[in-house]
Design a protein. Structure first.
Length: 379
């Protein structure tokens, strides 16, 4: 009993794995649930604007106004679902939430274009969803502005008048995500959330379940040392967590076709450190909970703030400064930086080592604290 007995740890590990895999409900939670969550959230967490409903008020009724409306529809970003010649109908549609965007083409639009005079097109957008409204407004502004420049150049060339010189000719090239697909950015983040949820769930409920069944006392009076008991309880969660990482990565690559530009070794090491952080938090929750229901509620009290502060839903850079400082204690924030960097940018050790160091510090620190807490609870 002076040293660790890997034979006893191996037997306890075997017992935990058999107990988890023998139960059909546990198999569904460990294998099926992560895939379903990734597919559902991968499609649901999407900030792209496609086929947004638009309302058109055409006060000009000219060939140019019809061409502008066709350009908006042909872009694929907007579908004109209603038309009218009265601005009041547009306002009513926005008030009811029937459309996202309203386009009001004023009378004299074509005449102003023909004479080379400035003309204005009014855009009304439903700002109740700020992110979607900003994206839709940006698309509509670019489409209408580009149409105005092209149509003005055509009219000037037909009249034999040189087009206005000057201006800036933008040559835009997007790196790492050429099509600006939000799915390529969000699916790796969903992977981090699912892995954290699974490790928290498994570890926080493992010890509490033994306490509820009355078998924890039997394990404590067995030849198992407390350290061996902790290893036997946490190592299965590490294996399951890493299995889920591999499983979710395969689904992300083969199902969603997410580009992977980095190293699987970097992703694997970062995942191990991230899983250790989740296990440490789960083990701590198990020491302060007396029932599985209490452990479940405590787990979500940690998971929801970690999700909000992790940078998946809201950019960390947009948060107040004191909140940004607080996010340094969130392992999910650092893991998402690594995962997105590895997937999209091909980030290597020289890029992600600061996040690696923070994850290692958080993981070891939380595990040591939770282990000491477990010792006191067992005593």
């Amino acid at each position: 009993m002076n040293g660790l007995s890997w034979s006893r740890i191996r037997q306890l590990l075997r017992k935990e794995l058999l107990q988890a895999l023998r139960d059909p409900r546990s198999r569904r939670v460990l294998i099926v649930a992560p895939i379903i969550q990734l597919i559902v959230f991968g499609y649901a967490v999407n900030t792209d604007v496609r086929h947004a409903k638009a309302f058109l008020v055409d006060g000009d009724r000219s060939a140019d106004s019809r061409q502008l409306a066709q350009t908006l529809s042909a872009s694929g970003y907007f579908d004109i679902v209603a038309r009218s010649d009265r601005p009041a109908d547009l306002t009513r549609a926005l008030d009811r939430g029937d459309v996202l965007l309203g386009v009001n083409i004023p009378r004299g639009f074509a005449a102003d274009l023909a004479r080379g005079r400035p003309t204005a097109v009014q855009l009304l957008v439903d700002g109740s969803s700020a992110n979607t409204a900003n994206v839709a407004l940006g698309y509509a502004t670019q489409i209408i502005g580009r149409y105005g420049l092209q149509r003005g150049a055509q009219i000037a060339a037909r009249a034999g008048v040189p087009s206005a010189a000057g201006g800036v000719d933008f040559a835009v090239r997007v790196w790492y995500n050429p099509n600006l697909e939000s799915r390529s950015y969000n699916v790796p983040a969903v992977m981090g959330n699912i892995v954290m949820l699974m490790t928290l769930l498994l570890t926080s409920l493992a010890v509490v379940r033994e306490r509820e069944l009355g078998t924890l006392e039997q394990l404590m009076v067995s030849p198992l040392r407390p350290v061996e008991l902790i290893l036997g309880k946490t190592l299965p969660s590490v294996l399951v967590g890493m299995f889920d990482v591999v499983l979710i990565t395969v689904v992300a690559l083969l199902w969603f076709r997410i580009p992977f530009e980095g190293s699987f070794l970097v992703l694997g090491v970062a995942s191990v450190l991230f899983v250790l952080s989740g296990i440490g938090v789960g083990l701590f929750i198990s020491t302060i909970s007396n029932t599985q229901q209490e452990a479940f509620m405590s787990m979500f009290m940690f998971f929801m703030p970690a999700l909000l502060l992790g940078g998946m839903l809201f950019p960390v850079e947009n948060m107040p400064h004191w909140v940004q400082v607080l996010t340094w204690l969130d392992p999910l924030r650092h893991y998402l930086v690594i995962v997105r960097g590895v997937f999209l940018r091909g980030a290597g050790w020289s890029i992600v080592w600061p996040q690696m160091v923070v994850l290692a510090t958080l993981g070891v620190g939380v595990l040591v604290f939770a282990t000491k807490r477990f010792h006191k609870t067992a005593d």
